[in-house]
Design a protein around this ligand. Sequence first.
Ligand code: R5P
Length: 288
Amino acid sequence: MTVFAFAQQQEPAQALATELGTACSIVECHRFPDGESCIQIEPELIADSCVVYASLVQPDNITLPLFFLAHTLRDYGVQHITLVAPYLAYMRQDKIFKSGQGVTARYYARLLSSCFDKLVTVDPHLHRIHDLADIYSIETKLVRAAPAVSNWLKANVSSPVIIGPDSESAQWVKKLAKNSGAPFLVLEKTRRGDRDVEVIVPQVEKWTDCTPVLFDDIISTGKTMIETIKHLLAAGLSAPVCIGIHAVFADAAWQQIKQAGAARVVTCNTIPHASNCIDLSQVLAINI
Ligand code: R5P
C-alpha cells in the first residue's frame, strides 16, 4: 500500500509511510508555462489499494492537482484510495454567512467524495455540521489530537489551566482537560471580520498561580490567540502557552502571536510548520 504525496509534503508523508512499513512515492507535478499542470506517478508502485497523503492547507492550490492524482491512480488500476488529509479545508464555510454565498464545506466534500473511497483526518472543524457523514458520502475516520497534546502538556507544562477562546473550542478543550486532569474554561468570542475578533474573558484572577494554556483547533490569522493573550496578561496571568492543532498561520501570524506575549506557540504536525512539536504520524497510521 504505497503512500503517494506531493514533494512539498514529503516529510510527513514519509513519516506516515514509515509507520505503515510501506514505500512513499513522490508525485511529479509539472507546471506548464500557461499555468496548467500535469501529474506523473511511479506506475511500478501501484497496487489495488493505496494512500494519498495531502494536508489541505492553501486548498485552492492543491485541490486540482489532487483531483488529477486521484483520477490518474484510477486509470492505472487502483481500486481503493484512502485520502489522509490531516488538515481538512473548507470546514469553516459551513453556512451561508451573507446572502448570495454558498456552503462551500458541502461542495468541497462532494468533490473529495467523488475522487476517494475513504478520508482520514484530524479534528476537522465540526461546528454547525456535526458529523462528516452529513456532507461526505465516503467512509470517514476522525482522529483526535487530544491524547497526544495531553502527553506533550504533561511533559512540558506545570499546573496548566486550559482555556478555549470560543464556544466552538469547547469540544477540544474538554477532551484535553479530561486527558490531562487539568481545569478548563471556555471564553466568548465575536468575529466581526477575517482579522477582527473580540474575546470576552471572565474573572480569571483565581488562576494566577497556573500556566494558562490556550487551545484551539485552527490558528489562522492568529487574531483569536492575540486578543485572548492581551486579556489574560492584563488580568495578571502569566504568559500563556498557545497550542493549535492545525498550523494554518496566515501571513505573519506566528510571529505576531509571539510578539503579543505568548510564552510558546506549539502545533501538531497536521500541517508542516516550524512550530510542530506534537507528532500524530503514529495515531494516523493506526486509523488507516
Ligand atoms: C474558529 O472558530 C476556529 O475554531 C478558530 O478559532 C479560528 O479559525 C481561529 O482563526 P484566527 O486565527 O484567524 O483568529
